[in-house]
Design a protein around this ligand. Structure first.
Ligand code: BT5
Length: 244
């Protein structure tokens, strides 16, 4: 397993924001953890909702002198597989992955992942890979979210220690990180596909403000979603959202 450094904060606006603002203070393989987060962010400027309960807010600082050949496209997918393994082994849940990297329990979102990059002098210097996992989030807060959402607490009625879950996630992430870096998506393809929801079904996809009904054909060897649209044309989705 790769060694990593864990930095624990008490409270933060956003672990991703904190990591990016202090990027020069942290080496490769630093993990920033906070049990509280007041201004979490999602993709496309969306918000990651929290309350005053303890949850897992984690950001991995990943640096390299040479990001050529780095499997960027699949990094969030690698983390989604890590999270699914933990939800299955530690909590006996049956998570599904909604492309590219939302983690759902019975169709309700329990975890989201956001990768951001840090550039300097036109060069990519670091990636900050953030994950939010609803551990003790209250039913009231879950109800305020504009899609179906759950927490470990809402599913089990139990409160959990978030630091120990955060450590399990970081341990599992770095256990196979080097293997993932050398093999890319092929290293996780089977583990990813077996949790993949929506494949072989008609789905709605959204790219910016444009929604379209398509048939979800497959995930290709690069981890991209291949769909067939209404004109019977095959398209590969690189970004965007899958709606139900
Ligand atoms: C994500 O974005 O799902 C990525 C979320 C990443 C959050 C982590 S927390 C640690 C780190 N620091 C940060 O500031 N961020 C990262 P996206 O796919 O855009 O989904 C956002 C959507 O998920 C929202 O528009 C809501 O519909 C829903 N959502 C918001 N908060 C949620 C929550 N706590 N649980 C479930 N769904 C939520």
């Amino acid at each position: 397993m790769s060694e990593y450094t864990l930095v624990t904060l008490n409270n933060v606006e956003s672990t991703n924001g904190f990591a990016l603002n202090n990027i020069n203070s942290y080496q490769d393989k630093t993990v920033i953890f906070s049990p509280l987060q007041s201004s979490g962010r999602g993709r496309f400027n969306r918000k990651w909702i929290s309350d005053d309960s303890n949850n897992v807010y984690l950001s991995f600082v990943l640096k390299s002198d040479n990001f050529i050949n780095f499997p960027f496209q699949n990094l969030t997918q690698y983390l989604s597989v890590v999270i699914c393994n933990i939800l299955e082994k530690e909590f006996y849940l049956s998570p599904a992955i909604k492309w590219p990297n939302d983690i759902l329990i019975d169709g309700a979102k329990i975890s989201g992942i956001l990768a951001e990059s840090f550039m300097s002098e036109n060069k990519l210097k670091a990636i900050v890979l953030g994950i939010g996992l609803n551990v003790n989030l209250s039913p009231d807060t879950l109800n305020s979210i504009d899609q179906k959402a759950v927490s470990l607490y809402s599913l089990t009625g139990k409160n959990f220690d978030v630091l120990s879950i955060a450590k399990k996630i970081a341990d599992a992430f770095f256990e196979n990180y080097e293997n993932f870096l050398s093999s890319g998506f092929s290293f996780i393809k089977n583990d990813y596909l077996k949790r993949c929801s929506f494949l072989g079904k008609n789905i709605t996809v959204k790219n910016f403000d444009f929604c379209e009904e398509v048939f979800a054909k497959e995930i290709n060897d690069e981890g991209l979603l291949v769909v067939i649209n209404n004109s019977n044309k095959e398209c590969t989705m690189i970004t965007g959202d899958v709606l139900c």
